[in-house]
Write a new protein. Structure first.
Length: 562
């Protein structure tokens, strides 16, 4: 087989997913003679062959690295860098020693970013990379470039909007301005005008939910399932349009299937065909459970597929879309005079904007761990991206001022724990940090039981925790939170007000530190607080899902009749 025939055979085998054959054929070519495109093909084949050892995986990374270094200014060289980032962020979740390739990738990225500042795939890879490495300054730099450019990708611009929720530099006025400017990048799908759809034929109010997280014990399932269970079925017919991968063995997905009258698995549909399916069902009220967590799907709502369109639950800020009619909030999250800073009409529930169904096992009182050991243990199981530089500095002050204190951290998303630890090392408190493995959706009870190790939970800011705060309170562990300036940064405040624990709400960072010190010393207060939480929690608005469903039902009727 001559060189040309060998090349054709390799490409044919690769295009037909014959990865073992690709690897066998490429053994005949010396590393120095492999062009960047071939290096990428070999690296991808090693990974997709799924029979690799750690050594072979290392070989795959070296292939991508050679592809980049051989011709960093070519398409194939750039693909080598992107492959390092995509594969590295996946593999490093399991094998920490592969993070070295991501640190290399960060240097490669910075070396060529000037030439690629308008390359959308390059910028997307940068957001993925520096999010994983928790490089807040670099992320701000990339998102600023995207914001100031004329990049057309609604996905990339949507990622930028989502990213800005992590930073204090962005006022709510900034969020609204950018979101409105971003809305012009969403096209209008060629679908029916709702004026030409006969909604009067509906026997009930057709209520639809579009979501990407109906699976695997995802937090969304715990906030929505009792709402669906208790909503007035004489008034509403429930439709769910699931963008999650269909899985008949998924307990969470099956539970939600049984709570809806119509279920559609639409993961594989493009926006146009999904919009057509939604319109065919004559949905009166359509609820978006994604927002900028799935920006490429917002085009559906931008095209006006239903008479009333609502944003709820997943994205706690404004969409900027003129076609998103309502944003569901509560009295604690958005002040009356601030409503003009959101493009949607604000609908405020009387207590809290969402309610948790709880877990299917018996609650038992969880006493303070510090009574049985020498340490006072703080904890936060929030996504590490929420641990802003301001949070690191504040938590470090707390740890420095409390002898025998430690902080347990655990992320729901994959991030480089070494990068986070280095931030605490700058304040000489890294020896007090315990980082646990990433949260596994399938081991929910094991995850919840970890709160038994915590004396006091710490909330993040400005991007607050929501699910983690509900979970902590379920285990009767109070949460120290801080007041914010918009929906996204006031979630902790609203939750704590709804369990009557205003004493755990701080006005600012200084008070946040002083309250942490006070609670660590006055452990009887903490014990009494735990007893109060254990006694009051399930009847509070946070977990009283029957009352919440009634309030939600009333809001929907109000919207329908408006």
């Amino acid at each position: 087989m001559n060189e040309e025939e060998l090349k054709k055979e390799i490409i044919f085998s690769f295009n037909n997913n014959q990865f073992s054959k690709v690897l066998e054929l490429t053994k005949k070519i010396e590393k120095k003679d492999r062009p960047p495109a071939l290096e990428n093909i070999i690296g991808i084949s090693i990974y997709n062959n799924k029979k690799y050892t750690e050594k072979e995986l290392n070989d795959a990374f070296e292939c991508f690295e050679r592809a980049f270094l051989k011709d960093k200014n070519s398409e194939h060289g750039l693909n080598g860098l992107i492959n390092i980032i995509k594969l590295g962020t996946k593999v490093s979740q399991i094998l920490n020693n592969f993070s070295i390739f991501l640190y290399k990738a960060s240097k490669f990225y910075k070396n060529i970013e000037k030439e690629n500042e308008k390359n959308e795939e390059f910028l997307k890879a940068g957001i993925i990379l520096f999010s994983y490495l928790l490089d807040e300054l670099k992320l701000k730099d990339i998102t600023k470039k995207i914001f100031e450019s004329n990049i057309q990708s609604n996905f990339l611009r949507g990622l930028t909007i989502f990213e800005n929720n992590y930073y204090y530099e962005w006022s709510q006025s900034n969020h609204l301005d950018f979101a409105r400017k971003n809305s012009k990048f969403f096209s209008k799908l060629e679908i029916k005008d709702i004026k030409n759809i006969d909604y009067k034929a509906n026997k009930k109010i057709n209520l639809g939910f579009v979501g990407n997280d109906f699976e695997k014990n995802h937090s969304i399932s715990f906030f929505i399932k009792d709402t669906l269970k208790y909503i007035n079925k004489e008034k509403f017919k429930i439709f769910i349009f699931s963008l999650s991968k269909k899985n008949l063995n998924d307990e969470s997905q099956n539970e939600l299937r049984n709570l809806s009258e119509e279920w559609f698995d639409v993961e594989d549909l493009d926006n146009l065909n999904l919009a057509k399916i939604i319109q065919k069902q004559k949905i009166n009220i359509l609820v978006d459970l994604m927002g900028y967590t799935k920006p490429q799907r917002l085009e559906i709502f931008n095209s006006r597929v239903a008479p009333k369109q609502i944003s709820w639950l997943a994205y706690c800020n404004t969409s900027g879309l003129d076609t998103m009619d309502y944003l569901i909030s509560d009295e604690n999250l958005i002040l009356d005079e601030e409503e003009k800073l959101y493009s949607e009409k604000i609908i405020k529930l009387p207590n809290v904007w969402n309610s948790h169904s709880g877990f299917n096992y018996e609650r038992t009182f969880n006493d303070l761990p510090c009574f049985n050991n020498k340490n006072f243990t703080f904890g936060s199981f929030n996504n590490f991206r929420k641990i802003s530089n301001e949070v690191v500095e504040t938590w470090s002050q707390i740890l420095k001022n409390i002898p025998n204190s430690k902080l347990i951290l655990k992320s729901s998303t994959a991030c480089d724990s070494g990068s986070l630890l280095s931030k605490f090392k700058n304040y000489q408190v890294d020896h007090k940090i315990v980082i646990l493995k990433k949260f596994d959706y399938f081991n929910k009870q094991d995850h919840i039981n970890l709160y038994r190790k915590i004396d006091l939970s710490l909330d993040t800011f400005p991007y607050n925790g929501v699910t983690t705060t509900f979970e902590s309170l379920w285990m009767n562990v109070p949460v120290l939170v801080m007041k914010g300036f918009n929906f996204n940064s006031r979630c902790g405040e609203s939750i704590m007000k709804n369990i009557n624990l205003e004493n755990f709400i701080s006005e600012n960072r200084e008070q946040y530190v002083s309250k942490a010190l006070m609670f660590s010393k006055d452990r009887e207060i903490l014990k009494k607080t735990r007893e109060k939480i254990f006694k009051d929690l399930k009847s509070s608005p946070l977990f009283n899902t029957k009352d919440f469903a009634k309030d939600f039902n009333d809001v929907l009727l109000k919207i329908y009749n408006s």
